[in-house]
Structures are given as structure tokens and as C-alpha cells.
Design a protein around this ligand. Sequence first.
Ligand code: IYR
Length: 230
Amino acid sequence: MEAPDHILINGYKHINFKAKISTESESIEKSTTFFNWIDERRTVRDFSDQPVPKVVIENLIKTASTAPSGAHKQPWTFCAISNSALKTKIRTAAEIEEKESYENRMSERWLKDLEPLGTDMHKPFLETAPWLIIAFKKAYDFGENGNKHNNYYVNESIGIACGMLITAIHNAGLVTLTHTPSPMNFLTKILNRPSNERAFLLLPVGYPKLPTYVPDLERKPLDEIAVFYE
Ligand code: IYR
């Protein structure tokens, strides 16, 4: 008998996924190719001001929102900003926080660890990049009568979504960096976000300025990042 197209679990419809099953050699080939491609991704801090079509940004956000999340609550809002006046406001506010961080909040050791990356309190990319995508996490949602419903595994969920977003940005031939101005409350105010949203990560998105220089970093080898129990 053929498998039914759908079944009920707890009274909820579950559809036959019809997953495409790869052969072993296809999986080896695909995982190798994908690794080699994603290993070319680099964090870039110098952006071209060349515009990026809105439909590209829409596709990137839709991709991020395919991420798994606690109880499928999708506890996130992605704000995409191309408006120059808003970008300037964000840069000004971010640089105030970053100045305070670099001068007073970060330890000597932290500053030393950042030295090879060449970061500082100046954030010109917040104005140069054609788009800023800001991921907000939703600790809770509002029910019909305004009461709060907590979401689950919010940090894990939005972290995964941001990882997929960064992968999608690389796939579109664009670059980004994970900017973490801290504290980030100023973003809630500038963008007029509701009280259940907290800024999680700011990603400028665009084409790289050419030539672009990135730190000469190496990634840890597999034996430093993985342990196999076979
Ligand atoms: N939030 C600061 C500092 C910073 C922190 C880390 I960890 C980095 O990898 C890079 C920078 C900033 O965005 O400059």
C-alpha cells in the first residue's frame, strides 16, 4: 500500500515530506563542494555603495526565516534599512556606544584580541553599506487580549536564523559583518520597535569595496573543533 499523503498526530495534519534521498557519493560530493564554497566567506568591513535590489534583501530574510525555532514560533523580526537619514542616525548612536566600549567597557585583553582584526570605534559601514539588516529577537509575543506568551529557546532560534542569513548573503555574492554594538537599546528606539523586541545582531549588507583587505586568519583544523565517538 502506498504511504498516505498525510496523517494526523494529536489531531494535527502531518504531510508526507517526500524527502529527496541522496546516494552516499552525492552526499560526499555535495558536502565537499558546499564546504569549499562557504570556506571562501570572509567578514568584510569595507563596503561599496553600489545599490542592492530590495528583492535580494527580501529573499535573504525569507531564507533566514526558514530556520528551525522553538515550537516553530519564529521569534524574530528583521528590519532592513536603506534610508540614508536612518542609517546616519544609527551610525551616530552606535559610535557613541562603541566609543564608550573601546575606551571604558572593554578589557585590555579584549582590545588586544581585537587588534589583529583592525576594528575600532568608527563604523563608516553603517552609512556606506546599501542595506542594514537588524535581527530583533522576540522574548514573547502578544496574545489576542494583549497578554504575553513567552517564546522558547529564543537565543538558539535567532542565532540559527542569523547563521542562515549570513550563508544566504554569501550565496548572493554579497558581504557582511556581524556588528554587535553594545548595548543595543538605541536600535529599538530609533526604529520604534515594540517592547517585546530586543536587537540581537546588526548586519550591514552590500558588495565589497575593491580592493578589500581582510585579516590573514586561519580557521581551526577539524581535530581542534571536533571529537568523534565511533
Ligand atoms: N562590538 C565591537 C567590538 C567587537 C567585538 C568582537 I567579539 C568582534 O569580533 C569585533 C568587534 C564592534 O563591533 O566593533
